[in-house]
Design a protein around this ligand. Structure first.
Ligand SMILES: C[S@@+](CC[C@H](N)C(=O)[O-])C[C@H]1O[C@@H](n2cnc3c(N)ncnc32)[C@H](O)[C@@H]1O
Length: 274
């Protein structure tokens, strides 16, 4: 595991207890993703997923919603942060486990739906998508959200004339993640995105929230240490052009939705390669 991987893991481990309190954006994204999966499975219980994997499940926020939609499903809630897993709701149909998405602790071809809200942007996307493909049954579904390249564009621009350091994570463009998914042999791949803007009374509140959300930079080349009052003043000045009519400071996220299907027929048999 790289240093960054350990840093991400320990930062989520520490964040677990207060996660739901701060995760306004993640909750919004989760609700929107849940709406989208309903489109795929319809009302007929026969077509509902029987085995669901919530990958990077955090505190298991999605678990009650998934059970309400699919009351007969078994759910595996997996996350690499033990403190997150400790908070997953206990239920006879839910099995939770500490597991890294780069080597998921589930049997091959055992899952009907992989559901993942705002996890893959912390990972090596290609490795995780290959693991998801291994875990899915033939014709199994993948639904995930991630952050797109335009995320926090205001903040990136505001930093631009202050220094050349990376202050905002670089996120993969939606088209690139769709290409990657197709190249790995998934079918019916659709990626689209929408913007969600959060607003703050000042730049300090914004920076604090980004840290809580985990959107702050974890790049190895990131500047270490506190941001000085002088830099905060300059950042605030650079943000002037973006301020809303109410005088608030915006942080815009590009939320990318990716859906795909593993090849195979609807009886769960892999397609024969001619
Ligand atoms: C932004 S939180 C989202 C949590 C949850 N999906 C939700 O909607 O509330 C991202 C989660 O991904 C987990 N995560 C990040 N990288 C991971 C990895 N490589 N393997 C497993 N979990 C990971 C973190 O521990 C964290 O709980």
């Amino acid at each position: 595991m790289s240093l960054e991987h350990h840093l991400i893991q320990s930062s989520f481990d520490k964040a677990a207890k207060k996660y739901e309190q701060h995760a306004v954006l993640q909750r919004e994204s989760l609700n929107r993703l849940l709406e989208r999966i309903s489109d795929d499975f319809g009302d007929d219980t026969k077509t509902h997923p029987k085995q669901i994997l919530d990958l990077g499940c955090g505190t298991g926020w999605a678990v009650p919603e998934l059970l309400a939609r699919y009351p007969e499903a078994k759910i595996i809630a997996a996350d690499f942060a033990q403190s997150m897993i400790d908070l997953v709701p206990k239920h006879p149909q839910v099995s939770s486990r500490v597991s890294d998405a780069h080597a998921i602790d589930v049997h091959a071809q055992s899952i009907d739906l992989v559901f993942s809200n705002l996890m893959i942007q912390w990972c090596d996307e290609s490795t995780v998508l290959q693991e998801i493909k291994r875990a899915l049954k033939p014709a199994g579904h993948l639904h995930l959200t991630t952050m797109g390249e335009h995320t926090l564009h205001e903040l990136k621009l505001a930093w631009q004339d202050i220094d050349d350091q990376p202050h905002v994570n670089e996120f993969v463009p939606a088209a690139k993640i769709a290409d990657l998914t197709m190249n790995l042999g998934f079918e019916d791949v659709i990626a689209d995105s929408e913007f969600i803007t959060m607003t703050y009374a000042n730049v300090i509140d914004m920076m604090r929230d980004l840290k809580n959300i985990g959107a702050h930079n974890v790049d190895n080349n990131r500047p270490k240490g506190l941001t000085s009052p002088h830099v905060i003043k300059q950042l605030t000045k650079n943000f002037e052009e973006f301020r809303t009519e109410e005088g608030l400071y915006p942080a815009t996220y590009e939320l990318v939705y990716l859906r795909a299907r593993k090849p195979g027929d609807d009886k769960g048999l892999p397609l024969k390669i001619k």
